[in-house]
Design a protein around this ligand. Structure first.
Ligand SMILES: NC(=O)c1ccc[n+]([C@@H]2O[C@H](COP(=O)([O-])OP(=O)(O)OC[C@H]3O[C@@H](n4cnc5c(N)ncnc54)[C@H](O)[C@@H]3O)[C@@H](O)[C@H]2O)c1
Length: 330
């Protein structure tokens, strides 16, 4: 597999822009292709907006020279210039398949093609592609330039070599690669997020809580803990001296109680209005750009504190720093 000097992006929306910002900061050139000419201005602005938070996050690290960004409307130009291609077109199987087929035709088996898909299994997209063994899911999280997690998922035909090479690339741009053992729709993290999202929509639908109250129930309590240790380790600690076994004995039976709705509610205009109006009220007049800047500053601060203790996402920041120092010393 090729060493990645140039990252190709197919689709330059929210996620494509985030990949570009992260890769350029880590010294990788980016060639970004989109069918919409207006996306050139968009991606350049997205990369610019991400610079401040990325500089803060990696303050003091011996970063290589910044990569260069090139935008094109010609997907073939992108395919021919890329060492690894990350696809970020809309979450629609037909669109992904038709966009990827010519890219796979035009590239050799040593060019990994990864999809950012949030929900499709790699085997669903891989079938019929040329050199399917180099195709896999590399699922990131928004904002890609600050969230280190990427879920790597292979399909029926993906080779171990491709998975290992993709992991090496993602680590080289400061990410944490979670190797997902078995493909399932929604991979791992989105299944967890969706379970909670369903409960949120039911609570909105049933008039139990507003979007603001639901968010309070996360940020002042469990959300604060999740970024440090996740859910399982936190529950083990909550078991006190008796640890995980005591926790299971005490709270396990509650899982049988009918707290949870397994199916999502029907998305009526009423729930959509409650969601839109509630989140607008929470924003308190701030624009999406202003909220993004606040989110980014907080994410940088949280990761820096976690890095001091080598905990949670701070471990990815520390590992990135070690890598850069080792490279600078070579
Ligand atoms: N938004 C998120 O939070 C998030 C998180 C993780 C993964 N993802 C996944 O990333 C992918 C992209 O999501 P997004 O939110 O960036 O979407 P988006 O709508 O912001 O961007 C999609 C871009 O693809 C372009 N496009 C459409 N057809 C194309 C084609 N044939 N060739 C080239 N470009 C084309 C569009 O012009 C647009 O710029 C989806 O698969 C989604 O599931 C999204």
């Amino acid at each position: 597999m090729r060493t990645v000097k140039t990252l190709g992006l197919l689709g330059t929306g929210v996620i494509g822009g985030g990949w570009a910002a992260r890769a350029l900061h880590a010294g990788v050139d980016v060639i970004a292709a989109d069918t919409n000419p207006a996306m050139e201005e968009w991606i350049r602005e997205a990369v610019q907006n991400a610079r401040g938070p990325l500089d803060d996050l990696t303050e003091g690290l011996p970063l290589p020279e910044r990569g260069k960004l090139h935008f094109t409307l010609d997907a073939m130009e992108m395919a021919q210039a890329s060492d690894l291609i990350q696809e970020n077109v809309p979450e629609d199987l037909a669109i992904k398949r038709s966009a990827l087929a010519p890219i796979a035709e035009a590239t050799g088996p040593d060019v990994i093609i990864a999809t950012s898909t949030s929900g499709f299994m790699p085997s669903e997209i891989q079938e019929g592609l040329k050199h399917p063994e180099r195709f896999l899911v590399g699922h990131p999280f928004n904002p890609v330039y600050l969230c280190p997690l990427v879920e790597i998922v292979g399909g029926k035909e993906t080779s171990d070599e491709a998975k290992a090479a993709a992991k090496e690339f993602y680590l080289s741009i400061g990410m944490h690669a979670l190797m997902v053992k078995r493909e399932v729709p929604g991979h791992i993290s989105d299944r967890l997020q969706e379970a909670m999202w369903r409960e949120i929509l039911h609570a909105l639908n049933d008039g139990i809580a507003t979007t603001g109250e639901l968010d309070e129930s996360i940020v002042y309590g469990p959300g604060l803990r999740w970024s440090i240790m996740g859910m399982n380790q936190i529950y083990m600690i909550a078991g006190g001296k008796g640890g995980a076994r005591h926790f299971m004995e005490q709270f396990g039976p509650a899982l049988e109680w009918p707290w949870t709705h397994l199916k999502a509610p029907e998305l009526t205009e009423e729930i959509i209005d409650r969601f839109v109006d509630g989140t607008a009220e929470q924003a308190d007049g701030k624009s999406v750009r202003e909220l993004e800047a606040i989110r980014d500053e907080c994410m940088v601060a949280v990761q820096k504190v976690l890095a001091k203790h080598d905990m949670g996402s701070g471990t990815a920041l520390n590992a990135f720093g070690e890598r850069l120092k080792a490279q600078a010393a070579e």
